[in-house]
Design a protein around this ligand. Structure first.
Ligand code: HAM
Length: 556
């Protein structure tokens, strides 16, 4: 091998190693010891669009709401389920529906790293332009082939016959390509075109398995968990609740975020008794009542089930009627006539309202079973004193619903005023591969609930400390540490300044923190065993022994 050839080979391997190192670093993230480069101007990071920080004292209200949910749901026999925020994309597509906005437009789905690689392998015509680009393309093929093999060996990809075969063919092809390159064939030519073409076809034959998405809602994950953990073996129905972040890439506005929080509940089991629907709604209204949320409005509807003599028949009729008034509808509604005519009923566009009001109503086209079920749900709600409004246009935006649907609005939220949505979804568990199961549930938009509570003046009062310990001197410090421990053990919130402060300064800080009391500990107090407790609201002071102090505070 000539010196020139050796140099070319070395350069080639260096390039491959660089590509491998870069891929590895992408996988592992930036090392902790990487100093920011001096030339990079310091960037001010901000929470990304549609997400936000929740800070104290606001988080006190969030905690209060969540605690109230735990307590109220507990009294109705619900237990908490915590499912991952990331699930298989297919789970959401199958349950929520591939055509829905949530799945087709709003999900955060991660492109698989290998998928990313193979997108880059589509640039054959570019690779055929010069030696440098050919070299880069070749590197990609080699690295892709190795990572594929690693992923297969580590069981991170489906070990199907095709995948194993493709992986082997790709490995053979990359060594053939390297051999060619090492033999000095470094210029684009028809044979390279042929070789790279084969590589490109091969990578697309590979099944990279399921993609993953951030959850846009909690029902699908809960049903997956119900199936995965054989919960049908438990006494039925299984009543579960959850709370946590959900993700939808929507246009952010008041009450609408890309990371938002839901508090949800699901009842899963063999029965679809109307009392289950009504009790779930009763629980929801009890919860809102306990939170102090006023001015809520509950709307209910039944969208029947998907048979020709029920919803399917109605949808066909609706489509025909919508075609007749197509010209009077906006572009979105026109498109929905084909894709999902029921969603036209959801439209908030002013000029469409009079058209929609004249359309046939689903209530008149339900089958007898669904009609009876709906009437019984309403009766059960009345038995429980739950006030509702019927809304025949309430169809909901997720595909899994059948029969009962409901929504609750709250004041102070502007156009995004739905604070909760829910409904029945019998058959969803079966659709996901589980046993025939009935289901009903709801999800509260926690951000909106908090917003509405704050707007109505029900936000939590800023939380101050109960006791600020103003200490001076080494002996007093030791006593202060002990006093802080005892007070905290007795559930008081205590601020113990970490360094000595003059009493004047300490009292100033205590006021700023909104503390109720300042416990003053200096040499005299420690020597006499008589501690000074100052009430910051009115400035009054009293002397108390350690024991008497605890008793005094406990009685307040
Ligand atoms: P959903 O109607 O899509 O239903 O969402 C429920 C609630 O979550 C909405 O009423 C709203 O308060 C809140 N929400 C939705 N998107 C956002 C957003 N981008 N920003 C802030 N809040 C939002 C479901 O998610 C179903 N899984 C409910 C369910 C459970 N049905 C049966 N079981």
């Amino acid at each position: 091998m000539s010196d020139q050839e050796k140099a070319a080979k070395r350069a080639q391997w260096e390039e491959i190693n660089r590509a491998k190192a870069a891929a590895k670093q992408r996988e592992q993230g930036t090392p902790d010891n990487l100093e920011p480069r001096a030339s990079v101007t310091q960037k001010q990071f901000q929470a990304i669009r549609g997400s936000r920080d929740l800070l104290p004292p606001d988080t006190a209200l969030w905690n209060h709401v969540e605690q109230t949910a735990r307590e109220v749901f507990g009294t109705f026999g619900f237990g908490e389920v915590r499912t991952p925020v990331i699930e298989s994309t297919e789970l959401f597509a199958r349950s929520i529906g591939g055509e829905t906005d949530v799945v087709s437009k709003e999900m955060y789905t991660f492109p698989d790293e290998l998928d990313f690689f193979r997108q880059n392998l589509r640039t054959i015509s570019e690779a055929m332009q010069d030696e440098g680009r050919l070299n880069r393309y070749l590197n990609l093929v080699v690295v892709f082939s190795e990572r594929l093999k690693d992923a297969l060996n580590a069981n991170r990809l489906p070990q199907t016959e095709t995948n194993l075969d493709v992986s082997q063919q790709l490995a053979d092809l990359s060594s053939e390509a390297l051999g060619r390159w090492n033999n000095g064939k470094t210029k684009p030519d028809p044979e390279w075109q042929n070789l790279l073409g084969r590589a490109e076809t091969l990578v697309w034959d590979f099944d990279l398995g399921d993609k993953e998405s951030l959850r846009p809602e909690g029902t699908a994950g809960t049903c997956r968990a119900y199936i995965e953990h054989n919960m049908q073996q438990l006494p039925q129905p299984v009543k579960l609740y959850y709370m946590g972040p959900m993700f939808r890439r929507e246009r952010p506005q008041k009450g609408r975020y890309r990371q938002f929080y839901q508090i949800g509940a699901e009842v899963l089991g063999g029965a679809d008794a109307p009392a289950i629907d009504a009790e779930l709604i009763e629980m929801l209204m009890t919860f809102f009542g306990k939170c102090g949320l006023q001015g809520t409005e509950l709307s209910i509807n039944s969208i029947g089930h998907s048979r020709d003599n029920c919803r399917r028949g109605y949808v066909a009729l609706l489509r025909t009627e919508l075609e007749k008034v197509k010209d009077k509808l906006g572009a979105d509604s026109q498109r929905r006539i084909e894709t999902n005519p029921l969603r036209v009923l959801d439209s908030k566009l002013e000029h469409e309202q009079s058209v929609i009001e004249k359309l046939p109503r689903i209530g008149d086209h339900l089958c007898d079973d669904c009609k009876t079920h709906h009437a019984a749900v309403k009766h059960e709600l009345e038995l429980r004193g739950v006030v509702y409004r019927e809304n025949w246009r309430l169809v909901r935006g997720l595909d899994y619903y059948m029969r009962t649907t409901f929504e609750i609005t709250a004041p102070g939220l502007g156009s995004q005023n739905a604070v909760c949505g829910g409904g029945r979804y019998d058959g969803l568990v079966e659709l996901l591969g589980g046993p025939p199961t009935k289901g009903i549930g709801f999800a509260i938009g926690e951000d909106r609930l908090i917003l509405s509570l704050e707007e109505s003046g029900k936000g939590a009062a800023p939380q101050g400390r109960d006791v600020y310990i103003a200490w001076m001197g080494e002996r007093a410090y030791a006593t202060a540490i002990r006093a802080a421990k005892d007070l905290r053990n007795a559930d008081f919130s205590v601020e113990l300044p970490p360094t000595e402060l003059k009493f004047g300064k300490a009292l100033e800080r205590a006021s700023k923190l909104g503390s109720r009391f300042a416990l003053i500990l200096g040499d005299n107090e420690v020597a006499d065993g008589q501690w000074t407790l100052k009430t910051l609201r009115d400035g009054s002071q009293q002397k108390l022994t350690e024991q008497a102090l605890l008793e005094y505070l406990r009685k307040l």
